[in-house]
Design a protein around this ligand. Structure first.
Ligand code: FES
Length: 164
């Protein structure tokens, strides 16, 4: 069963996870769980299926529930399909004080979706996240692993216009 589950991880993913496992003592390979989930998510177009969570658990010899707890706790993991471009808008205190409401409003209007939704053409997913550590240049969002800071409606339009 677990061998079969492990095969859901591609050879490339397993090699990548192995590089993370090697950073920890042999009996601590579960310390690679966050990296392993990220790698499994990238392999699957940006989200984690239950089977992939089970595969990560099997690969790291962990309880499935323990891996699921990590996957469901951190906002960078997705448990359902996402669009090609994922926009994670910080609405925590510094961003809120510097206008994240306006950022959210502009994005929702431009994309025609609410927070937590994906556009019908699967191009964009919009989500709300907690502080991403870029408070000094609030308001900000993360888009496809890059940070965009000091956002204004004009800046947002320029960013989205530049996407494929
Ligand atoms: S509060 Fe938004 S990045 Fe910290």
């Amino acid at each position: 069963m677990s061998e079969k589950m492990i095969e859901l991880l591609s050879g490339e993913s397993r090699a990548d996870i192995d590089r993370w496992i090697a950073k920890y003592p042999p009996e601590q390979k579960q310390s690679a769980v966050m990296a392993a989930l990220r790698i499994a998510q990238e392999q699957n177009g940006g989200w984690l299926t239950e089977e992939l969570i089970q595969a990560v658990a099997a690969y790291l010899a962990m309880e499935v529930m323990a891996v699921y707890e990590v996957a469901s706790f951190y906002s960078m993991y997705e448990l359902k399909p996402v669009g090609k471009h994922k926009i994670s808008v910080c609405t925590n205190i510094s961003c809120m004080l510097c206008g994240s409401d306006q950022v959210v409003e502009h994005l929702q209007q431009r994309l025609g979706i609410k927070l937590g939704e994906t556009t019908a053409d699967n191009r964009f997913t919009l989500k709300e996240v907690e502080c991403l550590g870029a408070c000094v240049n609030a308001p900000m969002f993360e888009l496809n692993k890059n940070y965009y800071e000091n956002l204004t409606p004009e800046a947002i339009d320029a960013i989205l216009d530049g996407l494929d």
